[in-house]
Design a protein around this ligand. Structure first.
Ligand code: NAD
Length: 260
């Protein structure tokens, strides 16, 4: 009976943080959810939570940087429920955080593949199903992709997030004829696990004179990082017909952090 009653959604990076909160919110709104994550155990917990609230979810343990597995995951979800309406391309990593001089080409490839190439592949393999009746694609970019470059040492990450925005806009143009909408969300700092173990110790940063300060607490609106649940409300809106005329745009959800 929710706004997404009987719709089918694929959520990547669904085992944790923003993806987990979004998967649960979309299920609350009545959607059936395909949970895609590297970490199957975490996805199982999310599946249980969804079933606990009377929803339906299935798991495909996929590495989103592997084209064959992405294609197969999306096929499994669409075939299980006979359709696909919503794709939340959200899986991502900070990757190696380091000054450009210390960043190796392999580090760059890992971040760009996991964050950007994966988004392209998730969209590509979803199109045959989405175009049957139209749908909504949402991708998790970041304020780092455009307005805020507060993350020194994050050149690869920021490039991947900017790339998602360019790709998403082209996809919105191309896919409008199928009535598939494509929007990007740009969170500021959100309380999740993504930054665990990725930032060098403070002393080390000072040694290389990089003033990295992950901007938690610097958000003018609430003076703290946002919650995954707040982001999930935005994802749910963009997935639903309440946003039926919105496509090709980016929505900032950062408590004005990027305006500082
Ligand atoms: P998170 O680490 O809590 O969740 C990310 C999930 O993605 C994890 O469950 C992880 O296992 C999964 N994942 C990582 N690599 C994968 C792969 N190759 N294949 C499949 N699954 C994979 O982090 P989060 O903060 O919820 O991140 C979600 C998205 O939000 C990312 O794209 C991130 O860049 C973006 N983002 C986060 C913040 C923030 O402050 N947390 C801010 C802006 C944007």
């Amino acid at each position: 009976t929710g706004s997404l009653h009987n719709k089918v959604a694929v959520v990547t990076g669904a085992g944790s943080g923003i993806g987990k909160a979004a998967a649960i919110e979309l299920a609350k709104q009545g959607a059936h959810i395909g949970l895609v994550d590297l970490k199957e155990k975490n996805a199982e917990k999310v599946q249980k939570e969804i079933e606990h609230i009377g929803g339906q979810a299935m798991i495909t343990d996929t590495d989103v940087s592997d084209p064959k597995r992405v294609e197969e995951s999306i096929r499994q979800v669409a075939e299980k429920w006979g359709r696909l309406d919503i794709v939340f391309a959200n899986a991502g990593i900070n990757g190696k955080v380091a000054p450009i001089e210390d960043l190796e080409p392999e580090d760059w490839d890992q971040t760009l593949t996991t964050n950007l190439k994966s988004t392209f592949m998730t969209v590509k393999y979803a199109i045959p199903y989405l175009k049957e009746q139209g749908g909504s694609i949402i991708m998790t970019s970041s304020i780092n992709g455009n307005r805020s470059f507060s993350g020194f040492g994050m050149s690869a990450y920021s490039s991947s997030k900017a790339g998602q925005m360019a790709f998403g806009k082209m996809a919105a143009l191309e896919l409008a004829r199928y009535h598939i909408r494509v929007n990007m969300i740009c969170p500021g700092a959100i309380q999740t696990n993504i930054s665990k173990n990725t930032f060098p110790e403070k002393e080390e940063l000072q040694k290389i004179k990089i003033p990295v300060e992950y901007p938690e607490g610097s958000q003018p609106l609430e003076h703290q990082a946002g919650s995954p649940e707040q982001v999930a409300q935005l994802v749910s809106f963009l997935a639903s017909d309440a946003s039926s005329h919105i496509t090709g745009t980016e929505v900032y959800i950062d408590g004005a952090e990027s305006l500082l």
